[in-house]
Design a protein around this ligand. Structure first.
Ligand code: UTP
Length: 317
C-alpha cells in the first residue's frame, strides 16, 4: 500500500551544547564551525533541499541566533560587497538565504534529541517529516534522504538510516535488530537499543542522523520518560514504534531501515571533523591542486613509526 502523505518538512535540531568542541563552541554553535569554508549546517540544509524539502525548521538553543541568521539576508554585508563589485562573494552570502524557507523553534534547555524533535511538533503538524542531525554530513551522491522518503511512501510508518560499523563501535550509537523485506536495501526494524554493550548488541548496524518520522512519534515522545543522562531520546520513541505490538505507539505504522553503505561524516567529534575537513579540501577543485601536494609532503616528512604528538617534531600554539 502506498502512503500518500508527502514529506515536505525537515526538522534540524542544533540545540546541543557541543561540549566536545569547547572552547570553540563557547559562543559559536557547533554546526556553524566551517568544513573548509561552509558551516556544517549549510551542507545539511542543502541535502534537505536536494531531497525536495524546502520547509526547514531549525531547533535552536541559547546563544544560537547565528544559525538562523546564516539562512537570512545580511543587508549590510551585501551592500558593502555590492559597492566593491564583488559579485562572487555576494553570491556566496546570498546563497544560504535563497536555499529554502528556514524558520526556527526554541528548545529551552538541551533535554535530548527526542525533546528537540518534540519542540517542532507545532510546526510539523500531522504530516510525516524528516529529521536531519546538523552535525552529520552524508555524501550527497548517495541520495539517502530521497531513498528514505521513497521507503516511507512504500512502507509507511517511520524510517531510520542504518550503517554497518565494526562491532567495537556499536556502544557509541543506537543499534538495530531487523528482518529483511523484499527490497535488499530496506529492512523491517524489530528493535532498537541505545548504546549497547558490544556483547549484547543485536547487530552492528547503527542508526545514523537521518530519519523520516510518522507524526505518531509526537504522542510517543510526550510519553517517553527521560533516559540516559536525563535526556529524552529519539531512539527510545522509535523503539516504542518499532515494537508497537508489544507496547505504546501501536498506530505508528512500525519502523523500517534503509541500509546506507556510503560515506558519512560525523562532524560532532574531533577526529571525524578533522578527517572531513581534509577529505573535503582534497575534493575541492579550487584547493586540491595546492593542498594535496602539500599534504603528501607533510605526511612523508613525518618520521616512520611515530604516530604520537611528537611526530611533528615541534611545538604548536
Ligand atoms: P549530540 O549529542 O551529538 O550533540 O546531539 P551535542 O550535545 O551538541 O554534542 P556534545 O556531546 O555536547 O559534544 C546530536 C544532535 O542533536 C542536537 C545536537 O545539536 C546535535 O545536532 N541536540 C541534542 C539538540 O538539538 N538538543 C538536545 O537536547 C540534544
Amino acid at each position: 500500500m502506498a502512503h500518500s502523505a508527502a514529506v515536505t518538512k525537515a526538522v534540524v535540531p542544533v540545540a546541543g551544547l557541543g561540549t566536545r568542541f569547547l572552547p570553540a563552541t563557547k559562543v559559536t554553535p557547533k554546526v556553524m564551525l566551517p568544513v573548509v569554508d561552509k558551516p556544517a549546517i549549510q551542507y545539511v540544509v542543502e541535502e534537505a533541499v536536494q531531497a525536495g524539502l524546502r520547509d526547514v525548521v531549525l531547533v535552536t538553543g541559547d546563544g544560537q541566533r547565528s544559525v538562523t541568521e546564516h539562512f537570512g539576508r545580511a543587508h549590510h554585508l551585501e551592500a558593502r560587497l555590492a559597492a566593491r563589485g564583488n559579485e562572487r562573494a555576494l553570491a556566496e552570502v546570498r546563497a544560504p538565504a535563497e536555499l529554502a524557507a528556514v524558520s526556527c523553534v526554541r528548545q529551552d534547555a538541551p533535554r535530548g534529541l527526542g525533546h528537540a524533535v518534540l519542540c517542532a511538533a507545532g510546526h510539523v503538524g500531522a504530516e510525516p517529516f524528516a529529521v536531519l542531525l546538523g552535525d552529520d554530513l552524508i555524501d550527497p551522491g548517495e541520495r539517502l534522504l530521497a531513498r528514505m522518503i521513497e521507503a516511507r511512501r512504500r512502507y509507511g510508518g517511520s524510517i531510520v538510516a542504518l550503517m554497518e560499523v565494526p562491532p567495537d563501535q556499536v556502544s557509541a550509537y543506537g543499534c538495530a535488530s531487523f528482518k529483511p523485506t523484499d527490497d535488499p536495501d530496506v529492512v523491517a526494524v524489530t528493535d532498537l537499543v541505545e548504546k549497547p554493550d558490544p556483547s549484547e548488541a543485536p547487530s552492528n548496524w547503527i542508526v545514523i542522523g537521518r530519519y523520516v518520522c510518522d507524526p505518531a512519534i509526537f504522542p510517543v515522545l510526550r510519553a517517553t520518560p527521560a533516559g540516559r543522562g536525563g535526556e529524552i531520546q529519539l531512539t527510545d520513541a522509535l523503539r516504542a514504534l518499532a515494537t508497537a505490538d508489544r507496547g505504546p505507539g501501536r498506530d505508528g505504522g512500525g519502523v523500517h531501515g534503509v541500509l546506507f553503505r556510503g560515506r558519512r561524516y560525523d562532524t560532532g567529534n574531533k577526529q571525524d571533523f578533522l578527517r572531513t575537513t581534509v577529505e573535503f579540501a582534497c575534493a575541492r577543485p579550487d584547493l586540491a591542486p595546492d593542498f594535496v601536494p602539500w599534504l603528501r609532503e607533510f605526511l612523508s616528512a613525518l618520521p616512520d613509526g611515530q604516530d604520537g604528538p611528537d611526530a611533528i617534531g615541534r611545538q604548536l600554539p
